[in-house]
Write a protein that binds this ligand. Structure first.
Ligand code: C2E
Ligand code: MG
Ligand code: MG
Ligand code: MG
Length: 280
């Protein structure tokens, strides 16, 4: 982002910064039409309970395909949608779609799944969020504890009072709160305890090199022990190898997701994946 301001308040743009802001503007404009033109879809990544080896949940991950720009990664367009305020409407679409899907799966007799939905800071702080969630849960007759909201550490602990109030209200309702990408932010233990977090998701950067990096092994073991001591569950993100899985099991990690098990996939494929697992 072009933030560097000159000493006298002038802005200096390098060609690279110019290209970046051109792209951001292009994406902002394209995003304006994306909802009405139905360019968004959700993919679902299975979350596995390590004790049973069963799928226990799905994480909804947003996908955007634009006719000219092609598939744009959420890592690129989510920050743009946050800056332009569009994330509020997009985030509501994600919640609506993911909860409708969860209700459909339950109606099809799928096992007790949870649905994990990623939240941006602005979306989580938005005063209308609790009503939106309560209305959607009621509309589909879903138990609140089947919904898990994934917040980043900085939203969870370093944010405004409104975020704290919304977290308390969600928790009282029974909705679960998970801290995403745990270990990459600035939260302290006392803050975590205050917020009644259900789950820590261990960031994939600590999982990636577990097979050969002693420091990462120590960090992951410490996170799991800390979570256990505070009464929280842990999910490892980005599990790609059997070696990583073995270590996580040894350390008492409860759940995992990653390419070792399955990639994020369209709803129908997710259903076949769960069915094939259940048949085994
Ligand atoms: P995240 O919530 O931490 O999601 C995990 C990301 O890691 C996903 O990338 C997923 O596809 C990827 N992943 C899963 N397993 C593996 C693995 O084994 N190895 C590797 N290398 N990667 C793996 P994705 O789908 O590109 O999403 C990126 C980020 O975009 C998400 O990170 C999340 O922060 C954000 N995001 C996605 N969907 C939404 C949404 O609906 N709302 C908001 N606010 N943010 C979203
Ligand atoms: Mg997530
Ligand atoms: Mg993550
Ligand atoms: Mg992330």
């Amino acid at each position: 982002r072009a933030k560097s301001e000159g000493r006298n308040g002038y802005c200096f743009f390098t060609p690279q910064m110019q290209a970046q802001s051109r792209r951001a503007l292009q994406l902002t404009n394209a995003l304006r039409r994306a909802l009405e033109r139905q360019q968004f879809t959700l993919h679902y990544q299975p979350q596995l309970d390590l004790a049973s080896g069963r799928v226990c949940g799905a994480e909804a991950l947003l996908r955007w395909t634009h006719p000219e720009l092609g598939a744009v990664s959420p890592a690129e367009f989510i920050p743009v949608a946050e800056d332009s305020g569009q994330i509020i409407a997009i985030g509501e679409w994600v919640l609506r779609t993911a909860l409708a899907q969860l209700a459909a799966w339950r109606a099809q007799g799928m096992p007790e799944l949870t649905m994990a939905v990623n939240m941006s800071a602005a979306q989580f702080r938005h005063p209308a969020l609790p009503e939106v969630i309560e209305r959607l849960l009621a509309q589909h007759g879903l138990p609140a504890n089947r919904l898990e909201l994934e917040l980043t550490e900085n939203v969870a602990v370093n944010d405004t009072r409104s975020a704290a109030q919304i977290m308390a209200r969600m928790h009282d309702k029974g909705v679960r709160l998970a801290v995403d990408d745990f270990g990459t932010g600035y939260s302290s233990l006392s803050q975590l305890k205050r917020f009644q977090i259900y789950r820590l998701k261990i960031d994939q950067s600590f999982v990636r090199d577990l097979d050969h990096d002693g420091n990462d092994r120590a960090i992951v073991a410490a996170i799991i022990r800390m979570a256990q001591a505070l009464g929280m569950r842990t999910t490892a993100e980005g599990v790609e190898t059997a070696g990583q899985l073995v270590y996580l099991l040894e350390q008492g990690c409860e759940e995992a997701q990653g390419y070792h098990f399955a990639r994020p996939m369209p709803a129908q494929e997710f259903e076949s994946f769960v069915r094939s697992q259940t048949a085994q």
